[in-house]
Write a protein that binds this ligand. Sequence first.
Ligand SMILES: [Fe+2]
Length: 315
Amino acid sequence: MDHVLEKIDPRHVALWGQHTVKLRHTLADQEMFSDESIAGLIDTVDPSHLKIETMPDDGYDVRAWSSCDRTGLTGMQVLEAVRNGRIWIELKALEEIDDRFADVLSSLYGELETDLPFKTFKRKLNLLVSSPNARVFYHFDVPGQTLVQLRGRKRIWIYPPTAPFLRPESVENTVRSVATEGLDYQEWFDDYAEVHDMEPGDLLHWALNGPHRVANYDTLSVSLTTEHWTPQVRRSYALNYGNGILRSHAHWRPRSQATTGAAFWAKAAMTAAWRASGMQRKQSYRWVPGHRIDPDAPNGVQPIEPAEPAAQAQG
Ligand SMILES: [Fe+2]
């Protein structure tokens, strides 16, 4: 693959990892991001790689998002519903199943790691396709990440990764997959946000765990998101995992956010033991579809009627 990134300046090197960096890329016109190609992916990927959601027109509560079932529809029909509705699709970890995406991911990180001060040991590439005016509510992500805009325009608000925008308890609950509540969001947070308009050809990277929310302009949006793990991301994960266990099971208030030193490594060891014990699996959260894709319905989705309660066994 030809060069993916345009020029990286000394300022980008200085800012990388601590602050938001906006770069330019050359991927937007590739055939692999056309409607035909995306519809083909929707038709063929294993369901474990496909996540379809819808969201209400207003409010900020991530719990109001609802998973969508697309049984019986072709990829093109699903895309049509996205174009006219209020739908967000994520095709996850495409590098695992499609050589074109594996190539994009390795080229992109090859160039980033050549010119910028970081090294990753795990990377993932997701394709996002979302409706005109669709919104992603206030949240944060655990790994390091980039947003790569390909088609359409969106605005992203990025907030500092510290209280009150992001409380330590929220990070701990999320890394342990016990949280289903959204982060607390107040409209005045926007006074402290960085606002970036993403056009085709833009790539954005921001400080680890920085909370963000997104609103599409009146255009269908196609983007890539990458997730990456570095030694620093892994240390932060282990620290938050350990602090979360202590906070919820030992009635202890973690004071240390240090990612070096004996206290940190004790927590990291406890994290590994806890995960191995299987406790974590029992507490993780599951999603159930609440809507069905329907290209003819308003917003492109129909609510699924709650299932009849199963007949109770006698006696
Ligand atoms: Fe995100």
